[in-house]
Write a protein that binds this ligand. Structure first.
Ligand code: FRU
Length: 539
């Protein structure tokens, strides 16, 4: 039980108790960032889905509010499922969400705040004539869900996208409206990819190619690309692609068909699903939330009395250096939790070395590390092991000429438990280097098969003038890792039994056989965020 108590996070959003899944309808209104979420008020497993609600002034410290919507009408009796907010130019807030009806049909419903001048948006009215969209002909009644934030089309009408499926092709349907109660389906689809299965939680938004700031959802014009993201029900990963939106035909085309949605890039290569962005009109940035589920067994969740977290919100920018990737980075507000820092510069890591870092408490950390690989050795390397793949490799224990090297988090002194986050460089047959960024859970916990033991990661572009760099947020049972300013992210859930409380340590390591690595690392201890119920009775 001490172990379960330690697993609860200190600066990630989670409800006081019970089950949470997708983030819903994030928005900023009258001084508050609002977050709604799929929530079971009765248990630590999925079911009885309502909309939980919390507010924050910085998306780090949170105040829980009463449930925003519960399943109490025929059009959502089996659950108030995922949805998105749209703020109209006149300040009205339109909430579209999926209702699972009394007959288990997925329909889209409209809700709006009872009192727009209430900064807390405590009360929500469900439109009397819901649903406003029902599964169109040819679409199964259980393959039609998760409406996006709306945008304005070329004719001035509002558009909304809804994820669906035809045979095994994941698709995005588009509807238009002028009044938010009558919706008309457009011909064709925004996009679809054969063989990818049902697309949940579609997200569709513009990014500025210059990579400097975020864009409101209806932005369109030169210097803008559109991101299409979908959550693949079949493999439980969030895939995105950059492409061109044609506002006349309401179709979207990926820049690179080989990097299309569902087959190309992922927002995160770890445990990360059902994510959703919103435009923060205060700081002119696009912010991404993601649902981080548990990697343990359901019986442990019931013992803990809770399940799931939200990721630290991430800013989303186009990576103008590669032109192919997004950059996802923890919002700057998380840095307000940084306290004691320790810095180690130019630590030499010889092949096969593990170097302990004396930093005191290691359960709540923000870590920034940069690695330098001895260039002359690199050049001399002939080994060509291109087919490296984090997930099928031997993890941090598998030794190559040029990797793995990185850090060990949530490790105990004897290394009976350890979670390596690392780079592995492979020399391609054409002489170029490929860098992989991985997190290895195979030795994270002595709890064995009860917990996730997979190895996660991907290829990450490291440009000629760059070094391999990582940022890692450790918060008890969650580790969020970012490489190259957020070009590749890996979020994992970790359940040590020994490396907890005062026994948790941090190390640098180099398990390459053929290369010296120099590491520079800065570590901050992180304070806990203030997350508690809003004192409504004292108003
Ligand atoms: C994604 C999802 C959505 C659905 C919701 C139900 O995790 O399955 O498609 O609306 O969760 O809780």
């Amino acid at each position: 039980t001490a172990m379960f108590a330690w697993q609860r996070t200190a600066f990630h959003f989670q409800p006081e108790k019970n089950w949470m899944n997708d983030p819903d309808g994030p928005l900023f209104h009258m001084g508050w960032y609002h977050l709604f979420y799929q929530y079971n008020p009765d248990s630590a497993v999925w079911g009885n889905i309502t909309w939980g609600h919390a507010v924050s002034t910085d998306m780090i410290h949170w105040l829980y509010l009463p449930l925003a919507m519960v399943p109490d009408r025929w059009f959502d009796l089996n659950g108030v499922w995922t949805g998105s907010a749209t703020i109209l130019p006149d300040g009205q807030i339109i909430m579209l969400y999926t209702g699972d009806t009394n007959n288990s049909v997925q329909v889209q419903n409209l809700a709006y705040p009872a009192n727009l001048s209430d900064p807390l948006l405590l009360h929500w009215i469900k439109y009397e004539n819901n649903p406003v969209m029902v599964p169109p002909a040819g679409i199964a009644s259980d393959d039609f869900r998760d409406p996006t934030t709306m945008w304005v089309g070329s004719d001035g009408n509002w558009r909304v996208a809804v994820g669906s499926l035809v045979n095994t092709t994941g698709i995005v349907l588009v509807f238009q409206t002028t009044n938010f109660t009558d919706f008309e389906q457009l011909d064709g689809v925004l996009h679809g990819v054969p063989g990818t299965g049902m697309w949940e939680c579609v997200d569709f938004y513009p990014v500025s190619i210059n990579g400097l700031y975020g864009l409101d959802t209806s932005a369109y014009g030169p210097g803008i690309k559109h991101v299409l993201k979908a959550s693949m029900d079949d493999n439980r990963h969030d895939y995105y692609a950059l492409g061109e939106y044609d506002p006349v035909t309401d179709t979207w085309t990926p820049d690179d068909p080989e990097l299309d949605v569902g087959i190309g890039l992922r927002l995160d290569y770890g445990k990360y699903y059902a994510s959703k962005t919103f435009y923060d009109q205060v700081k002119k940035r696009r912010i991404l939330y993601g649902w981080i589920s548990e990697g343990d067994v359901e019986s442990d969740d019931l013992k803990k009395g809770w399940a799931s977290l939200q990721s630290i919100p991430r800013t989303v920018l186009h990576d103008n250096k590669t032109g192919t990737h997004l950059l996802l980075w923890p919002i700057e507000e998380v840095e307000s939790l940084r306290t004691n820092s320790t810095e180690f510069e130019d630590v030499l890591l010889e092949p096969g070395s593990v170097v302990p870092l004396d930093i005191g408490s290691a359960s709540q950390l923000d870590i920034v590390a940069e690695f330098e690989v001895d260039n002359e050795t690199l050049e001399a390397m002939v080994e060509a092991d291109v087919i490296y793949n984090c997930s099928t490799s031997a993890g941090a224990a598998g030794r190559g000429a040029l990797g793995p090297f990185g850090i060990l988090v949530l490790a105990d002194d004897t290394l009976s438990e350890l979670t390596p986050i690392y780079f592995y460089i492979a020399k391609d047959t054409d002489g170029s280097y490929k860098t992989f960024f991985c997190t290895d859970l195979s030795r994270s916990s002595l709890a064995g098969d009860d917990v996730d033991q997979r190895i996660y990661g991907s290829l990450v572009p490291v440009l000629d003038d760059e070094k391999p760099t990582m940022r890692v947020l450790v918060d008890h049972s969650i580790v969020e890792s970012f490489s190259q300013e957020g070009r590749a992210c890996i979020t994992t859930r970790v359940y040590p039994t020994e490396a907890i409380y005062g026994a948790a340590r941090l190390f640098l390591f180099n398990n390459a056989t053929g290369v010296n690595v120099t590491a520079s690392i800065k570590i901050w201890e992180m304070a806990s965020a203030d997350i508690h119920p809003y004192p409504l009775d004292q108003q």
